[in-house]
Write a protein that binds this ligand. Structure first.
Ligand SMILES: N[C@@H](CCC(=O)N[C@@H](CS)C(=O)NCC(=O)O)C(=O)O
Length: 224
């Protein structure tokens, strides 16, 4: 069976997990600390990053975008990438936005709430978190507030890779105990909750909550 390597807290692992679930492709989840650059890990991915998808024949496919594109080709239905060129381009743009701008700010909040306190021995500093959020959230989230759809599909009204890629980093805020401000970004928050309500996204919850607890108590990712 396919194996998906990496902590479920990673937005890139979550994105890949949800895509696998949406496609109905069976897989086993394997713990792997992406900061521990073991030779076994680097043999799978010389960049030392997760996720890595390991196939039955021992092939490794790295990078969430490469994996999701691969899944679309080996199992086209249900489609996660639009067919029409402009819609496809827009979907790839939102995927990129989720993987970069959104992940950077959400991951930082997760680190400030969950990982840094246990590593430093100092409690969360609400003033520091607040200053970060005030400076970095509006530029990234005000844009998404203008884009968020009424339904679950930000591109052409149809759910797909763009929605998965935007919801996956936002989930870090829930796991950090600092959820997205529904008063400040109501359309985005409601859209995010709709994506999170899908069975594919719910299937990650047990693993991501457990991984968060390991991070919160040890400062490190869970390992096998
Ligand atoms: N573009 C990559 C990004 C993967 C990535 O940065 N993963 C993080 C975990 S969230 C990682 O492995 N970081 C370890 C490191 O950079 O040393 C993807 O889409 O898979």
């Amino acid at each position: 069976m396919n194996q998906l390597h990496g902590p479920a807290t990673s937005p890139f692992v979550r994105k890949t997990w949800i895509a696998l679930q949406e496609k109905g492709i069976a897989f086993e989840h394997r713990q792997l600390d992406p900061l521990a650059k073991t030779s076994a890990f680097l043999a799978m991915n010389p960049l030392g990053r997760v996720p890595v998808l390991e196939e039955d024949d021992g092939t490794y496919i790295c990078d969430s975008s490469a994996i999701c594109d691969y899944l679309e080709h080996v199992q086209p239905e249900p489609r996660l990438y639009p067919e029409a060129p402009r819609d496809r381009a827009r979907a790839l743009w939102y995927e990129e936005y989720g993987d970069t701008a959104l992940t950077q700010i959400c991951a930082r909040v997760f680190w400030m709430h969950i990982i840094i306190p246990v590593r430093s021995g100092a409690p969360v500093d609400p003033a520091e978190v607040g200053a970060f959020v005030d400076e970095h959230f509006p530029p990234a989230l005000d844009y998404l507030e203008t884009q968020a759809p009424e339904g679950s599909g930000i591109v052409a009204g149809r759910f797909g890779i763009a929605d998965i890629s935007l919801a996956s980093p936002l989930r870090l805020l829930d796991l950090a105990g600092a959820p997205l401000d529904a008063q400040r970004w109501p359309r985005l928050e409601a859209y995010y909750r709709r994506i999170m309500g899908r069975p594919s996204a719910q299937s990650v919850v047990t693993a991501e909550v457990a991984a968060t607890e390991v991070f919160r108590t040890t400062g490190n990712a869970p390992v096998e």
